[in-house]
Design a protein around this ligand. Structure first.
Ligand code: MG
Length: 455
């Protein structure tokens, strides 16, 4: 959905390369970003997309024109830039990435000095500078300088090791299969796993911005090769990343793809064992399993709107240490409160090292839920009213209005109904102890909504 006077979407600036996101446009955006950072020190990095250098140079150019000092980190995962911005005392960071989007896309992500994506308020400040043409160019003799900042991949890898029991993991000699999806995930995790005494098998490890082997989003339908590989080589665990390696999806030793809220529940349980009663931050789209685990250890769950920056900012605001998303984002605050694929992998290896159980057994111990998804079209002009009417109709069930409408039922089942951000449709996510019950809930609420739509 095109929004006038907005550059930023739910996750930075994204667009199709050379159609929406041209070098000229990227440079102009960077002039506004540079003005916002007021001649500050900015770390710039990029992922493995075909347009990475083209856009990194354009962004660098825009930043230099506003007298910012640029440190160029080269090709790195997004969480690595985020770590280094904070670790090197930068004023901010810019990452050229379109994360999990198809290969024709690219984007610009802006980080504050703590490495977390800038807030909505800060995004609006940059937009204001851009649209009102309030960019402050430097004089000819004060143009910014550019330096290289090599070695941050290693710093980031070493920092992750500070948060796990390296000795304990090394003793186990795990075999891990890493599916980097031809993205920048191959730059850290295979080496980190090797440091942790693992035998490492990497697939789709060559960085190729055309994503020839699988789409960049680690969805189950894209991970069959990883699941087959794990089984074939007898690996203890498999992990797949998205294009910029902040999201991670795990495959257990039985070759089963485990969705992100289940791997997060394992990390959550391990965390709460030593951090009893802590608060966990997760979007309202996550499984009830996150709440079940929190209940076991008297933890509290704070449900948020869907979106990784919302999780990060909620963690910052509440000063909490752990967050997670169903799509494979794990925010481990003691390292950094942003999603981080290599950190998540290290945490899972750490959990495996503490037990004699296999990863599939660990997953089997979690409460089991069935998720059924569906969608339904609705005339765009009725979208808001229909949802309001539904909320009124079910007011006796205490509907939660965090993002769309969420209802929790007494049998531990739930339904989330969200208007899509990009099309005139509602999305339904029902979760229950049996598949039949989940199907029944979706059917019931689709009918309710259908009745509220005027023909
Ligand atoms: Mg990503």
């Amino acid at each position: 959905m095109v929004r006038p006077h907005r550059l930023f979407g739910t996750n930075g600036i994204r667009g199709i390369v050379n159609r929406e996101l041209t070098p000229e446009y990227a440079a102009r955006i960077a002039e506004a970003i540079g003005t916002f950072f007021n001649q500050g020190n900015i770390l710039v990095g990029y992922d493995g997309r075909t347009s990475n250098i083209m856009l990194a140079y354009a962004v660098t150019s825009g930043l230099l024109s506003t007298a910012c000092k640029i440190y160029d980190a080269g090709m790195v995962p997004t969480p690595c830039i985020q770590y280094a911005v904070n670790n090197h005392g930068m004023d901010g960071g810019v990452m050229i990435t379109a994360s999990h989007n198809p290969p024709e896309y690219n984007g610009i992500k802006v980080m504050w000095r703590d490495g977390v994506e800038i807030s909505g308020q800060q995004e609006r400040e940059i937009e204001e500078l851009f649209f009102r043409k309030r960019v402050k160019f430097s004089s000819w003799n004060n143009i910014g300088q550019r330096r290289l900042l090599p070695g941050i991949l290693n710093e980031y890898k070493e920092s992750i090791k500070q948060h796990i029991n390296v000795v304990e993991i090394r003793k186990r000699h795990f075999h891990i299969a890493v599916d980097a999806g031809n993205g920048v995930g191959s730059l850290v995790t295979p080496y980190l796993a090797r440091d942790l005494g693992c035998k490492v098998t990497t697939i789709n490890g060559d960085i190729d911005g055309t994503f020839p082997e699988r789409l960049s989003e680690p969805r189950p339908e894209n991970l069959r090769k990883l699941a087959t590989t794990v089984k074939a080589i007898g690996a203890d665990v498999g992990v797949a990343f998205d294009g910029d390696a902040d999201r991670s999806i795990f495959v257990d030793d039985a070759g089963k793809i485990q969705w992100g809220d289940r791997s997060f529940a394992l990390i959550e349980e391990d965390f709460l064992k030593t951090n009893h009663g802590e608060t966990i931050v997760t979007p309202v789209s996550s499984s009830q399993v996150v709440k079940d685990i929190a209940d076991r250890y008297e933890g509290k769950v704070v449900w948020t709107k869907v979106g990784s920056t919302i999780v990060s900012h909620t963690m910052k605001r509440l000063k909490t240490k752990l967050g997670g998303e169903e799509n494979g984002g794990v925010f481990y605050g003691p390292h950094q409160p942003v999603r981080d694929g290599a950190m998540s992998t290290a945490l899972i290896l750490g959990i495996m090292a503490k037990t004699d159980e296999t990863l599939s057994e660990l997953f089997d111990n979690l409460p089991r839920y069935y998720l059924v998804k569906d969608k339904m079209a609705c005339p765009i002009e009725q979208m808001i009213n229909v949802l309001e009417s539904l909320t009124e109709e079910v007011s006796h069930l205490n509907p939660e209005r965090i993002d769309g409408v969420k209802l929790w039922f007494t049998d531990n089942s739930s339904i989330l109904i969200r208007p899509s951000g990009t099309e005139p449709i509602y999305r339904f996510y029902a979760e229950a102890k049996t598949k039949a019950r989940a199907i029944e809930i979706v059917k019931e609420y689709k009918e309710k909504l259908q009745h509220l739509i005027s023909p």
